[in-house]
Design a protein around this ligand. Structure first.
Ligand SMILES: NC(=O)c1ccc[n+]([C@@H]2O[C@H](COP(=O)([O-])OP(=O)(O)OC[C@H]3O[C@@H](n4cnc5c(N)ncnc54)[C@H](O)[C@@H]3O)[C@@H](O)[C@H]2O)c1
Length: 362
């Protein structure tokens, strides 16, 4: 099977490598912004699926065009820049019976799956509190720039759309509960930033000189904090930040249950902290032989052999392509519906910040 990858930056390269490691799918990079190469890929009947790895604002049109051409679509998050667009994609995928995935890959760390299965087995008891952060530092200085800062490319939100969406997806996936109401406060520390005169790839802005910049007004947020309800009793809070010095890709999530707690940090992905009230706490280390049975398939290497960020993509892609090969198979990966869900949460966060109050979700 062949797959086209649109966008050849950070994510385009990660997808290309993960597909190669998967082994069963031949990846065909579609280079440049010129539509000709994209149209040629859509016209090629040997290409069954399209990966969309471009800035957020282009996802909707690319995904729609690819599905209209009959291709299965795996789109990077956020699925689109508005819930209305995402609803259209969900409906189109359903009408055309097309396999669709929103790349919330971070769910697929083995230890995250282990917590999810602990919760399903009742090990944690009733989930009382969910808290954490997704903190990075690569946009700390006013000289740091990326297309994500520009709402014409990123959409109306930056940090909450870019990394807050991953945190909320993980929180709902682990707990099996939905955020039912939230109150958000967003902050833009740099009201202006110095934009490089040329294009700068993700995480690559540290090498520029002062004369390489233009001064630009900024609307998108650098930081956000959210308190939320998950139904009647469960409570939670999280922050998302791209200005936290020292945090590189610091997603941490803590789940406090009535029996025990579990805490995981993306920067130490093979470890899981288990908190007990009456016995010693534990740090358990990823070992497929010791994972919950229904988490085992998310780990490919034996204990002591680390599995990290790039492996999560392989896990998503394996399940996505498995479902294309076997049309009867249930989709065991985040779909466009999940991307739409995150856009509803995101729009609630933006509305809450604007109103300075609580917003209900379904
Ligand atoms: N799942 C994850 O963990 C994760 C991590 C990073 C980024 N992302 C998502 O991946 C997407 C891409 O982000 P990135 O960090 O790779 O950005 P990037 O800037 O590194 O790369 C984007 C690439 O897309 C190209 N491009 C722009 N418009 C295009 C178009 N219309 N057609 C074809 N190519 C086009 C650019 O030239 C560039 O090569 C974003 O939606 C982002 O949110 C997801």
């Amino acid at each position: 099977m062949k797959a086209a990858i649109v966008g050849s930056g950070f994510m385009g390269r990660v997808h290309l490598e993960a597909l190669r490691r998967l082994g069963s799918v031949e990846a065909v990079p579609v280079r440049g912004r010129d539509e000709t190469a994209f149209r040629a890929a859509l016209a090629d009947p040997t290409i069954k699926a399209v990966h969309i790895c471009t800035p957020n604002c282009s996802h909707f049109a690319l995904a729609k065009t690819a599905m209209e051409a009959g291709k299965h679509v795996l789109c990077e998050k956020p699925l689109t820049t508005s819930a209305g667009e995402a609803e259209e994609l969900v409906a189109l995928a359903r009408a055309k019976n097309i396999r669709n995935c929103t790349c919330h890959n971070l769910r697929y760390y083995p230890m995250v799956q282990h917590i999810r299965r602990m919760r399903e087995d009742g090990d944690l008891g009733e989930i009382l509190v969910v808290q954490g952060t997704y903190s990075q530092d690569w946009l700390l200085y006013d000289t740091d720039w990326n297309w994500r800062i520009d709402p014409r490319e990123s959409g109306p939100s930056r940090v909450m759309a870019d990394i807050g969406s991953h945190w909320c997806d993980m929180a709902e996936h682990i707990t099996g509960r939905r955020i039912s109401a939230l109150c958000a406060d967003l902050q833009t520390f740099h009201r202006t930033r110095k934009r490089p005169k040329g294009e700068v790839e993700t995480f690559a802005g540290k090498n520029l000189a002062p004369e390489d910049y233009d001064e630009m007004p900024i609307q998108t947020e650098d930081f956000g904090s959210v308190i939320f309800h998950m139904g009647e009793r469960t409570r939670g809070a999280y922050t998302a930040s791209q200005v936290s010095a020292g945090c590189k890709n610091g997603l941490s999530i803590e789940v406090y249950g009535s029996k025990m707690s579990a805490a995981w940090n993306q920067e130490r992905p093979d470890e899981l902290w288990i908190g007990n009230r009456n016995t010693n706490n534990q740090v358990i280390v990823k070992d497929p032989a010791l994972l919950k049975d229904r988490a085992k398939s998310y780990a490919d290497l034996p204990g002591g052999h680390s599995e990290g960020y790039d492996d999560t993509f392989k896990q998503v892609f394996r399940r996505f392509y498995g479902s294309i090969e076997n049309p009867a198979e249930t989709a065991e990966y985040p779909q466009f519906e999940d991307g739409l869900r995150q856009l509803h949460i995101l729009e609630a966060e933006l509305e809450s910040h604007k109103l300075r109050g609580w917003v209900n979700l379904y």
